[in-house]
Structure formats: C-alpha cells, structure tokens
Design a protein around this ligand. Structure first.
Ligand code: NAD
Ligand code: WQD
Length: 331
C-alpha cells in the first residue's frame, strides 16, 4: 500500500515509518516540521534502507492536500500530525483546536474527495479522563481535563460520525498510553523542538547533567509507593502496533478503538530505578507537590489489541531505558 503519514517526521511517526517501509509499503510523509527536524527523514531511510517521499507542508493547507491526493493514489492515512502538549493547550486552546481539529477536517475532506477512506488516528489515554484504571475501550470518554484531550475526544467523535454517515470508511482509533524509548540502533529517537516535559526525557536530561534533580510530582497518591503510576510502552512496540492496525483496518469497514499499552503500570520511582539500573547513573530526586491535572493511576486493559490485532507490547522497562539512553548518548 501507499500510506500517507501525517506528522511522520515526529517521534512516534518516524518509528512507525521504519516499520511500514520494512513491511514493504510506500510511504509519503506530510509534516511542517513544527516539532521535528528534517534529519528525521534521513534517519528513517537509513534504518530501513528504503527511500520515501517527504512533503514539507501544513495539513491545514487544503490546496496542498488536494494536490497531494490528486497526484498519486494514497491507499491509507496514518494521522499523527498535531500539537500534543497538555500544559500548552491550557494556555493556548485556540491554537490546539485550530491545528488539531481544523487540520483533521481538511485532511478528511481531501481523503473523501480522493475516495481514500482508510485512516488510523493517534488518540490518547487522556480521553479516559477521570475513569478508573485499567482503562477499557468501552468506557465513556465524555470530557477531558484539558483542551488537548478535548481535541482527541472531538476527533474521535468526528471519525465515528463519518463512519455512521458512510459505512465504507475504515477507521481505527488508537489510544496510546505513555510512549518512551527509541530505535535500538541509537540513531533515531524523540527529538522535539523545545524543552522536554514528559517524565522519561526529563530523567534523561537529569542523567546528562542538564538539570540538577528530577522533580517527583507527588508522593502521597494512593499507590504502592505514593507516586503516580503510568503505562509506559516502548515506541518500537507502538510502531509495530500501527503496522498491525493497518493490516486490520484495511480489511475491516467501520470504526474500531484500540488501547495500545502494556497493560502494566509503573510508578515514577519504579521508572527512575529502572533507568538507574539500566544506565548505572544515579538520578537525584526532589520530592515536589502534585502537578495539576495528574491522575494517580493510568494503565491500559490491552486485551482487545491482543485479541483482535494479535499485538502485544513486549519490550521491558530495561529496554525502554537502555534505548533512550543510547539515543541520547549518540555522537
Ligand atoms: P510529535 O510532536 O513528535 O509529532 C507530531 C508531528 O506533527 C511533528 O513532526 C510536527 O512537526 C507535526 N505537525 C504538527 N502540526 C502540524 C501541521 N499543522 N501540519 C503538518 N504537520 C504538523 O508527537 P508524537 O509524540 O510523535 O505524537 C504523535 C501523535 O500521537 C500526536 O497526535 C499526539 O497527540 C499523539 N499521542 C502522543 C503521545 C505521546 O506521549 N507522545 C501519547 C498519546 C498520543
Ligand atoms: C508521567 C508521570 C507526572 C515529569 C502525558 C499526557 C498524555 C500523553 C502522554 C499525549 C506523571 C510524573 C513528570 C516530571 C514527574 N500524551 N512526572 N516529574 O502526564 O502521564 O501523560 O503524556 O497524549 O496525554 O498527559 O506523562 O510523562 O508528563 O508524566 O514526577 O518532571 O511522571 O506527575 O505522574 P502523563 P508525563
């Protein structure tokens, strides 16, 4: 198949493109490099040993999207592009709704015009809001705690409505938990523009001496060690989940939701210890108050992805830490 990957130069997109190329697909990336770098394209090609087509542009540009679909046959779209910072979305909601919602609408209109009706969408565990873990796909989503999460809920709804209006669409909504890690080669990993905000990149920055200590946000949660529990999964497992979802989505009409997580929770302190054991580097800790908006425990019921897609996240916390560290220590 020829797959359009929006946001394919970004963290999860780049790892997924490697898997798609290795599986024999042709890949077209559309990315405006807002949160990624052009080097990402060379890394994908170098690891996979295959070339791809890169279009630098904004998914909100209807003329560009029209030309892109008119000039070639795209069989399916994997839609990663968007803004993803929870905190920033609270300060800049209009930018988040504009990019994520308008961008998706422009993309879907171009797809419909071209009769391309297969799409995999990057959703997030954040849509589960205040539900209680383990999160199951059938739980009501309702309202998220921040504008970023609301864009994910709204886009899921848009895609579900589209399938009701036209059952010929093939849609998979993939709800990722906490992706971490990097390609095991050490030449590709998370490479955002700006400062890190998620736990693993911050642990790594402390290990590199860029920060004095890790701020542990909250030690009084109702969890075994008092710190928050999350479902960290290796980005390579996540990338392989997309390849499986694509196989499924291409042959199945309608809309299906899948959690992509390990099904296991790890606390902040457990991830820190895994990192210390994997790298031999001590991470100084500073116990800080809870961070606004955090829930105590978030992990997936990952059984549907296993049952329907035949996918499980297999890589261990040790591999997640080792691969992250190898990427960060690159020359
Ligand atoms: P990322 O920021 O690394 O990748 C997103 C890519 O989209 C970037 O390369 C960026 O330049 C591009 N982009 C942004 N706006 C664009 C626009 N208007 N037009 C074209 N390209 C644009 O993020 P990621 O971590 O790879 O996440 C990919 C997707 O997965 C996002 O939709 C995100 O919300 C979702 N997600 C991520 C996580 C996570 O923790 N990383 C968890 C759940 C869901
Ligand atoms: C993990 C844990 C923090 C930084 C976010 C989004 C979610 C999804 C994944 C996109 C929490 C603690 C963190 C630090 C800390 N993204 N922490 N010190 O919040 O679970 O999920 O990314 O969809 O939508 O909300 O991930 O990595 O920010 O935090 O103690 O310096 O680490 O409190 O418990 P989170 P995170």
């Amino acid at each position: 198949m020829r797959i359009l990957v929006t946001g394919g130069a970004g963290y999860i997109g780049s790892h997924t493109c490697v898997e798609l190329l290795l599986a024999g697909h042709d890949v077209v990336i559309l990315d405006n490099l807002y949160n990624s770098k052009i080097e990402s394209i060379g890394r994908i090609e170098s690891i996979s040993g295959k070339s791809l087509c890169f279009v630098r542009g904004d998914m909100r540009d209807a003329a560009l999207l029209g030309d892109l679909f008119a000039s070639q046959t795209i069989d399916a779209v994997i839609h990663f592009a968007g803004l993803k910072s929870v905190g920033e979305s609270t300060a800049q909601p209009l930018e988040y709704y504009q990019t994520n919602i308008t961008g998706t609408l422009v993309l879907l209109q171009a797809m419909r015009q071209a009769q391309c009706k297969t799409i995999i969408f990057s959703s997030s565990a954040t849509v589960y809001g205040q539900n209680t873990a383990p999160f199951v796909e059938t739980m009501p989503t309702g309202k998220a705690t921040n504008p970023y999460g609301n864009t994910k809920i709204m886009i899921e709804q848009i895609l579900q409505d589209l399938v009701v209006a036209d059952p010929a669409w093939h849609v998979s909504l993939l709800r990722y938990f906490n992706p971490v890690g990097a390609h095991p080669s050490g030449i590709m990993g998370e490479d955002p523009n700006g400062i890190p905000l998620n736990l693993m990149p911050i642990i790594s920055a402390v290990a590199k001496g860029q920060y004095e200590a890790l701020q542990v946000y909250g030690t009084d949660y109702d969890t075994p060690d008092g710190t928050c529990v999350r479902d960290y999964l290796h980005v390579m497992d996540l990338a392989q989940g997309h390849a499986k979802a694509l196989e499924y989505c291409a042959r199945t009409q309608g809309c299906e939701i899948f959690n992509l997580g390990t099904g296991n929770g790890l606390s902040v302190l457990e991830l820190v210890h895994a990192f210390e054991e994997s790298t031999g580097i001590k991470i100084p800790l500073h116990y800080a108050p809870r961070r606004d908006g955090d829930i105590a425990v978030c992990y997936a019921d990952a059984s549907k992805a296993k049952r329907v897609l035949g996918w499980i996240a297999e890589r261990t916390p040790k591999e997640m830490c080792e691969d992250t560290w190898r990427w960060l220590c690159r020359a």
